[in-house]
Design a binder for this molecule. Structure first.
Ligand SMILES: NC(=O)c1ccc[n+]([C@@H]2O[C@H](COP(=O)([O-])OP(=O)(O)OC[C@H]3O[C@@H](n4cnc5c(N)ncnc54)[C@H](O)[C@@H]3O)[C@@H](O)[C@H]2O)c1
Length: 272
């Protein structure tokens, strides 16, 4: 644990989607580990104002809230400039965490739906990476963490947009890991595991009773990132999904599970 804390001590971190759920827990946990400055970037102004004030009471003057819609590249560029000012020129971490679930029947989805999903879950992160790379290159390194989902490895029916956007983000992240390795800029993909946050109610379903807390997810992610893992898996379900889904030896059981899941969902029973 002390090695994990050390990795964040005196560092400057940007967290998109930082006003709620896992992003907020990542920010709060890094502050508790001694991070010097944390920047919350979110488009929910009420949550942003409330949580920035709360964190600044607990950890005086170490948090900046920046109103930012990550689907707009100019917003992201401007947010990164403000973050670097607040960090006295440095940004050590970027957590591309803003995202949403995007479910629906494939046959009913329009190109606009697909564009909306990719704008948030994929391009939002790409804009963040593009904006922060020059700063990280100039300072000699940094760490970019893209929050994906277990669905990137275990694609479930009626969540085609979520599965495709998160798999695309994982591909982007892991390819960049080697493109920028020699520049000392690290890239990690991280799944939070099933976590009780507002994302479930936004999608019209309840989090399963077994869902972990955002603080638990944040601790797992931060520990894996501190070890420079290429892929952090947030719970045992994600770990077994990642192990088995593309393994030819386990293809029949993966098919059986995913087909059963699809049939249950079709009959109105939302299972994960
Ligand atoms: N909760 C889970 O079980 C779970 C599982 C796997 C992956 N994830 C991923 O974790 C990440 C965080 O989700 P969460 O569960 O904490 O949900 P959440 O809804 O609590 O948080 C998402 C945050 O992103 C912000 N946001 C949404 N669109 C934005 C935009 N265009 N610009 C800026 N901010 C925006 C929201 O305002 C919110 O504060 C997401 O990428 C999600 O896909 C969550």
């Amino acid at each position: 644990m002390s090695e994990t804390k050390e990795y964040y001590r005196d560092k400057v971190a940007v967290v998109t989607g930082g006003a709620s759920g896992i992003g907020l827990a990542l920010a709060e946990t890094m502050l508790s580990y001694g991070a010097k400055r944390v920047i919350l970037a979110d488009f929910n102004d009420a949550n942003l104002a409330r949580e920035t004030a709360r964190l600044n009471t607990a950890y005086p003057d170490r948090t900046l809230g920046v109103l930012c819609n990550v689907t707009k590249e100019e917003d992201v560029q401007s947010m990164i400039r403000k973050a670097a000012d607040f960090g006295a020129g440095r940004i050590d971490f970027l957590f591309n965490n803003a995202g949403a679930g995007f479910g629906g029947f494939f046959a009913e989805l329009t190109n606009q739906d697909w564009e909306k999903a990719f704008a948030l879950n994929f391009y939002g992160a790409l804009y963040g990476i593009r904006a922060v790379l020059p700063i990280m290159k100039a300072q000699g390194g940094g760490h970019i963490v893209d929050i994906i989902s277990g669905i990137a490895f275990y694609p479930m029916a009626y969540q085609t947009m979520y599965a495709a956007t998160k798999a695309a983000l994982n591909g982007l992240t892991l390819a960049l890991r080697y493109e920028f390795w020699d520049d000392h800029i690290r890239f990690t993909s991280a799944t939070p595991g099933t976590t009780a946050t507002a994302i479930w109610s936004t999608g019209g379903v309840e989090a399963p009773p077994t869902a972990q807390t955002p603080a638990h997810s944040a601790q797992t992610i931060l520990a894996g990132v501190a070890k420079n893992e290429r892929l952090v898996l947030g719970d045992e379900g994600d770990a077994s999904g990642a192990r088995s889904c593309f393994n030819p030896d386990t293809a029949p059981s993966a098919d059986e599970y995913l087909l059963d899941n699809a049939r249950k969902r079709r009959s109105g029973q939302w299972v994960v």
